[in-house]
Design a protein. Sequence first.
Lengths: 337, 261
Amino acid sequence: MTSAPPRDVDAVLLEQEEDRGGPVRTLLGSQIAGPLAALVLAIVIFALTTSTFLNADNLSLIATQSVVVGTLALGQTLIILTAGIDLSNGAIMVLAAVVIGKLATDGNPLLALAAGTAVCLVLGGLNGVLISRFSLPPFIVTLGMLSVLSAVARLYTDSQSYPIDSDLLTVLNRGPTIGGVTITYGVFLWIVLTAVLGYALTQTAWGTHVYAVGDNRAAAALTGIKVKRVLLSVYLTAAVVYAFAAWQALGRTPTADPSGYSTANLDSITAVVIGGTSLFGGRGGVVGTFIGALIVTVLANGLTQAGIDSLYQQVATGVLVVVAVAVDHFVRTRQTR
Amino acid sequence: MTEPVLQARGLTKRYGHVVAMDDCHFDLHPGEILAVIGDNGAGKSTLIKALTGAVIPDSGSISVNGVQVQFRSPLDARRAGIETVYQELGVAPALDITQNLYLGREQRRKGLLGTVFRKLDKPGMRHGSARQMADLGIRVQSIRQKVETLSGGQRQAVAVARVAAWATSVVIMDEPTAALGVRETNQVLGLIERVRENGLPVVLISHNMPNVFQVADRIHIHRLGRRIALVEPGRTTMEEVVAVMTGAKTPESLQLDGGPA
């Protein structure tokens, strides 16, 4: 705070705008710069070291392989931004998928899809109510939910899988072929969901409140933000996203398997963290998560193409998670001193 | 005498056998900085909570600009134009200055973008916060800066700017400099004076006597749940004020000012 003669506010603002530099500098300064650089680096390395990685079919496959966990991770991002965590998102998705699968075997697939969405909303809402109204820790609530729902999915199906043959339920694994490469509707849906949630987070008051609640809950409450309502809305929004993930999953492998996707919860957290969102809340976003989910798939795919044992894929992913958390820790401690 | 902006008469609050407020009076005049001081446990915070709607008194009355009010929640007090800066830094560090100034009061774009797509009016809010910061003489590199990149004094300045922007009748500051160093404390004290110059009366709760004597126009001394004296810093000394505050001296030994104690 130096003393200088007062200047016109517009002149000051204009100067600050000019200070910001072009779009390249804005991108470099933004939170997705790190994950984006990691993704580009990984793609370049695999493109140079393998002959099969950088062809259109393989890139399309990578996108398709990313959609289920990538979609789950979008919902996970919202929750982690509020300094929460959702260990039950995979289980909610699987239960919704088997409900849809069972109802669709001798019923209307559209109604089955609606029922699956209702399942997600009820369970996500239950998480949200326990966490917001009763102030229970998200980790414990969703851990309990994970345990209960994994069992419920098997009880409901007698541990059987249901084959999916409805066009509606598998449509997300199909898509237009452009220049010989098929891009699935599921990939488009993933991109649209990312864009919609990104808009809501960065361009609306709701989004600002989500960040504020995760960043400093007490300060948010003092400014009059209805913290509990924001939290509940986040868990419900995430639940809708999980319903889309269930639909994606039914297309990817056309069976509704009650024991599938057992590590999807942790995989979604991995994508969120690698995408640069802080587990302490208030920092990050869905575009980073989109990139984070792609990084995980690119690593797995690229190492396979290079003929490296799949166990090393897990090693690489684990190292990346720790690096991402370390970077976040460094950023927060440096800036808050 | 001018009409008080914020006035309380005979406020009482009991918690079981503990009397937190005992027939307590309070007066804040237009354009003044009123310091409220008192020992720990004297009941200052209960009084402030009653004035900001966080505590509902058992009996007594509060009026704002001569109109009697009954605060049932902090929101009621805020609607009456009373805004509070809290001791703990009430800002969100990962949000930028503009987002903090408008937190909970965001403005939307006009037209369909605002009503249907709920789009924030970011340029308008940036403009408004640049003006507010300029009015209070707070200098920062950019209002797009995240609050965590600011010093402790600048952060508290953002909290004060936020409150001063929305308060229409009274700004209350609860130990605003408790967490700050000497230089930063002076910056915030300068800011408090500028808030007064811009036309808002300030209630300053503080333990720091030099600070109080530096900026306050009058000092409300609180003891055993009530106002025992109301003094002007120019007509008394810190030693005397502390003596009255701790009960070592009776208030009658001081030069009293204005209204029944």
